[in-house]
Each structure stands twice: as C-alpha cells, then as structure tokens.
Design a protein around this ligand. Structure first.
Ligand SMILES: [Ca+2]
Length: 292
C-alpha cells in the first residue's frame, strides 16, 4: 500500500479530534486572563490598544488604529469575547490593510492564541497564501528574513496551517519542505505539497469566529527536539516534536516577537472586512474562550 493510501486510511479510521481546554477555561470570557502569571501578552481590544515605537516593548508598533483606516477597533459586530474587536478594512486589489508587531519577554516555549472572523460575503483572493499570524525568534530584518519565523497561514484558502522558516539558519527559508518530505510526511491539507498538518483543521466559515493557537518550543542548539503544534478551535491539527529550530550557530536564540499581519498575495477581489480578537501570548496552552 502506498504511503498516501495508508495516510488516507489512518485519517479515515482516526477518532474525532477533541476540543482541548486550557488556561482560558479558568477565566470565563477571558476576564482576568491578562493577570495570569503565564500570560506574556493580552489584547482584547476592550480598551484602546497600547502603542509603542518601532521595536520597543510595551505596545503594538507599525500600525495605526483609527476609524476608517486600514485597522480600527469596533463594537459593530459581535466580538469573540467582550464588546470590541479589531477590524481590518481590506480594499480591492490590496494585499493587506495593516500589520501589527509586539515584542514579548524572550522565552523558549510560547503559545500564541487569537481569534479571526471574515465577513459573510467574504471572497478569498485566488492564489498564494494568505499569511496571518507569526511568531519570531532571534534576529529580525524582515518577516521573511529572520533566524526563526513560525507562520500561521490560511492556506488555499480556508485551511489553517502552521509553517516554519529559518532564513538565517542552516536549513534556510525554503529548506523545510524538503526536511519534511525526507521524513515521509505528506500533506493531508491544501493540495499544494505542504506537509504540515496531521489532520484536517476546521475550515474557516465566513461570519463565524475561528480560534487558532500555535505553540513553539525551541530545540536545544543543534538538536532535533524542538516542537510546533497548532490547534484550530481547540482541536490539535498539527504536532511535530523533533524539529531543529535552533542550529548550533544560534545557541542564544529565543522567541521574542509576534506579528498579526493578514497578507493576501494576489490582492483582494473587492472591498471587504475581517476581524481579530482575544490575542494571548502565554507560556502555557491557552485554548478557546470559555463562555461566561
Ligand atoms: Ca474583545
């Protein structure tokens, strides 16, 4: 039996994936979650987001939050929790309408959870991407030129996928597909050869909130013991625990920044809006918002 047939059979026989509760289950509606000692960053958009200067701690940088601009805080749609969320105003033919960076205390294990929603009449741009959230480690020159980038993509065009790039390490930017292929890991998702998820994530449904959480645990320098996991709506869909995320030339690399920057390579087919809410970066699994 071919590997693909075996994989299809295993997926068909696999029991339904269960929703995992995490830290958020202790804080219904995410109320009080910001003060949990495991939380490194909490943004629910209930107050005006804090701003910071470029590459400075304590706030978001590289993004304005202004009514009618590319990015604004709104109470005009049901939020994922609370009353307010962030709205991206994407214009026809544009690839994005904003990108927001935030530094976090450098750590070797990090969980990044957030919610996304797309308008009911949403039309996905055709083609490559889109990229959505990212976790960065080590030095940074550009989103594609880092020591370590973990991408959350809504690939082709409503499947949630976590990917790795290490432009300034030994494997390089594009080396990861080859690394996975050599280990006989094939792609149940996307249809484009990407080898990332082990089971099919919930598709993004326009008009409904979609919860994503990516976990990164760095490897020991030069070892293949790093991990990346991805949960979609609290269900684990990707899990790798033998990854070389830090080569021997980067022993001091730590996870130090997140980025939310929906980027639609082919450009939007029309003016349309999408939303984000309840961003949490923590040192423990966060999980979906517990209903208050
Ligand atoms: Ca909120």
């Amino acid at each position: 039996m071919t590997t693909v047939k075996t994989l299809v059979l295993l997926l068909a026989l696999a029991p339904p994936v269960e929703v995992e509760e995490g830290l958020a289950a202790k804080y219904p509606g995410d109320v009080g979650l910001r003060d949990d000692p495991s939380v490194l960053l909490f943004e629910d958009f209930e107050q005006e987001p804090k701003k910071a200067a470029w590459m400075k701690p304590g706030g978001w940088f590289d993004q304005e939050f202004k009514p009618g601009s590319g990015c604004e805080v709104t109470d005009q749609v049901p939020a994922a929790a609370g009353k307010r969320c962030l709205q991206f105003n994407l214009k026809k033919s544009k690839q994005g309408s904003g990108g927001m960076f935030h530094l976090v205390k450098p750590v070797d294990t990090l969980y990044f959870r957030y919610y996304r929603m797309f308008e009911k009449e949403w039309e996905w741009p055709k083609g490559y991407g889109p990229h959505d959230g990212m976790v960065f480690g080590g030095t940074w020159d550009a989103p594609t030129k880092t020591d370590l980038s973990i991408y959350v993509d809504f690939w082709q065009s409503a499947d949630t996928v976590a990917r790795i790039a290490t432009a300034k390490q030994k494997i390089g930017y594009d080396g990861w597909n080859d690394w996975l292929k050599k280990r006989d890991r094939l792609a149940p998702v996307g249809g484009n050869g990407f080898a990332w998820n082990r089971s099919k994530p919930d598709k993004i449904e326009p008009g409904k909130w979609h919860c994503v959480e990516v976990m990164v645990k760095l490897s020991a320098p030069g070892k293949e013991d790093g991990a990346v996991r991805l949960w979609v709506n609290g269900k684990l869909v990707s899990e790798y625990s033998d990854l070389p995320l830090r080569d021997e030339n980067h022993p001091d690399l730590l996870l130090n920044m997140i980025f939310l920057a929906p980027y639609f390579h082919p450009g939007s087919p029309k003016d349309q809006v999408h939303w984000a809410d309840q961003i949490v970066v923590a040192t423990r699994y966060v999980g979906p918002v517990r209903k208050p």
